[in-house]
Design a protein around this ligand. Structure first.
Ligand SMILES: *Cc1c(COP(=O)(O)O)cnc(C)c1O
Length: 218
């Protein structure tokens, strides 16, 4: 019997255009849930809490998976995140960018990063406004060791479908303006609008794995 997440993975994949890749957001779900999806050929997994991710990585070290960090990055965790993740979607400040670049050089890594932008007021989220990003961009692009691949954004709660579509379109236009190829946009509640606006990475958790158990931090 296929599990629900296996069915959902096939279902989602069938609906996504080729340019929109699926990041399976496995935070809150056990290593066994990752194994089931990895067996289908899914290699990109997203986690937002370092210690939880490290535990699962240790359990799954026989699998060749690509780990993407999508959570709020604390400066004291940058070294461990740079070691454990090849891709960081949540780069949201100049000080963090400088720090990641320095530590990545020391660690001989060159993580792929997404610059997180906040195009609507949202007290719960970080990120640059469009104007702030354009201002800091010349300095960001000079940082060694960072491979800046694209922009990441999240829609605040309470927007209509049309408003989300407009918001994602603005993010895509900003990425175009900076000649960045990737757009990490769209979660379980708004991935259709993100796909329509040209998302290249959908970060899907509950639409794939089902509801998350309550958060344990760490
Ligand atoms: C948890 C999380 C997701 C996935 O959320 P779902 O609504 O379960 O798809 C995507 N992006 C970020 C940054 C997250 O923290």
């Amino acid at each position: 019997m296929p599990s629900h997440s296996v069915d959902r993975w096939h279902d989602l994949r069938a609906q996504l255009p080729e340019r929109s890749r699926l990041l399976a957001v496995s935070k809150g779900h056990p290593a066994t849930a990752i194994q089931e999806i990895a067996a289908l050929g899914q290699t990109a997994f997203g986690e937002s809490r370092l210690q939880e991710a490290q535990r699962k990585q240790a359990e799954l070290d026989d699998l060749a998976l690509n780990w993407h960090f999508i959570g709020r990055l604390q400066s004291n965790k940058v070294r461990a995140v740079v070691r454990a993740f090849g891709v960081i979607h949540s780069l949201e400040s100049w000080s963090l960018a400088e720090r990641i670049a320095r530590i990545a050089s020391e660690e001989n890594r060159s993580p792929e990063v997404f610059l997180q932008v906040k195009l609507r007021p949202d007290p719960n989220k970080g990120g640059w406004s469009a104007a702030e990003l354009l201002d800091v961009w010349p300095r960001l692009r000079e940082l060694p060791a960072l491979r800046i691949r694209g922009l990441m954004t999240m829609a605040p709660q309470g927007l209509t479908s049309q408003e989300r579509h407009v918001l994602f379109g603005e993010c895509a236009a900003l990425a175009d303006r900076l000649a960045l190829p990737e757009r990490s946009m769209g979660m379980s509640g708004d991935w259709r609008e993100a796909v329509a606006a040209g998302s290249t990475w959908l970060r899907l958790g509950s639409a794939l794995f089902g509801p998350r158990p309550p958060v344990k931090d760490g």
